[in-house]
Design a protein around this ligand. Sequence first.
Ligand code: AMP
Ligand code: ZN
Length: 477
Amino acid sequence: MMRLFNTLTRREEDFAPLRDNTVRMYTCGLTVYNRGHIGNFRTFVCLDVLRRALKYQCGHAVRQVMNFTDVDDRTIAGAQQAGVPLREYTDRYVEAFLEDAATLGLEPVEETPRATDDANLRAMNDLIASLARNGHTYRSDGSIYFRIATFPAYGALARLDHAGIQPGARVDSDSYDKEDVRDFVLWKATRAGEPTWDYGQGPGRPGWHLECSAMALRLLGEPPIDLHAGGVDLIFPHHENEIAQSEGATGRPFSRFWVHVEHLLLDEEKMSKSLGNVFTVPDVARRGHHPSALRYLFISTHYRKQLKFSWAGLQQAEEAVQRLMDFLARVERVEGEDAHPEVQRRVAAGRAEFGAMIEEDLNTPGALGVVFELVRSLNSAIDAGQVGKPDANVIRAAFDDIDRVLGIVALRRQEDAAAAVPIDEIERAIAERAAARRRRDFAAADRIRRQLADRGIVLEDSPTGTRWKLAGRGGGA
Ligand code: AMP
Ligand code: ZN
């Protein structure tokens, strides 16, 4: 069973979904006013590994929502500066996010709502109506605020000192100081030149916090949801406010577990757009690095510890991934026909230890330690001639299984396939194979097919000819 550190209780607890073996999970997504930086992606990669662990290690189904914040102070300012409509402006960065997410091997999640989708704006207005009915709101200068004094549990997640909470002062900005506890805006009165919507609460636009509460409740069903996650900077005020809104409206607990990923730092500071100390995923690729190495770097430190980014660290990650790939290639070249039960027992024990590490609050550095210990031990066994083809099958299956959680090897294979085989080369090989088959040289035809498969290119024959695709991906010609 998974154990997760729950920010709400500040303890590690057993985690299982409440209903239907399905984890209902909400991840705060990117604010699409810019291309996401690798700090953002540290959080998204760690939460992708959590998602995979819940599915492939623990055997749960997952229904995950990850939103795009496509209306807030920053997106509006960005669109105004660029002189384009808000939706057109944010479209670019939604696109860029999806591209980078695929590059880093993130599994697509079930729902990626945008705050300005019609159904979501409607849900936000309905949420405000419920909050108003329950006496949690007031209006001022055309904006609607949440009155913190009406919600005694306010501050429970962030562990705010109640004596210090001074209700009554208002803030309608989407960002706050860390210690700032003031009534927050739910719906902001329209200002000149800003986009505006009216779904019954008067013309205006949603506050950032409201967006996530409404989308989570709309798409994940009856609260409490099982798990809500994001980076640590979101604990206060964003998640605190989400709890106040959701619980104030429904009268029920909002989320059973809260999981927060620590920051990626550059030069001792949080990597952030506002500080200007950012790299993007394309920046990393332009420097000749594999995205799979970046993914490795992100999970080589526990998600609740800060991680200092450096190019030297990324280079070490490259070497670690290469060691793993070299080992797996070596396993494919094993020749003997004998089985070695002792080797197979060692593989099974390693697989179990890996799982135990993952289930211990997603201890990915510990899990990687197990993997490399197993690699070392199996390399020695191969040196000693103690690994045969039947053992190789067992090793391959175990590492495939492990990689469903980590997502490193599959990603590297995709990268190699994409980089290694120019399309005209693939097409030439397909033509040669067709010629070989015409002259009934099936051995040669088969050899060509296998050579392509080794480089990640899969052929599919049909009555109309041969198509190809990258292993583990769609696409092709
Ligand atoms: P934002 O686009 O600012 O709403 O952030 C999207 C996600 O990235 C949130 O979960 C943030 O907590 C997270 N995030 C932002 N900066 C960093 C960083 N330097 N390291 C890790 N996560 C971050
Ligand atoms: Zn959120």
